[in-house]
Design a protein. Sequence first.
Length: 102
Amino acid sequence: MKKKLLIWMFLFAATLCMGSVANNAYAAPAPQAKPAAPTMDLIDINTASADQLKSLPGIGDAYAQKIIAGRPYARKNELVQKKIIPAATYSKISSKIIAKQK
């Protein structure tokens, strides 16, 4: 009687293990890590064309021309200090621009 009980317990445990292995074989693959978003090159406000400047949020023809006319810039925050663009517009583009020195 004990022998039969042990055999049944063994078969039951083996069945559970087999079911677990079979379920894992058909489980959905683990999600892949998202590739990093492509980084946008910074736009140099000292050398950018009007079209490049207009690609920035909040910068249209008028602001692009004012930026070009106010060159050169030692620092990018001079756009606000020299009253070329408003602070609200600058906050939208500050992470996308740079003022390189020659």
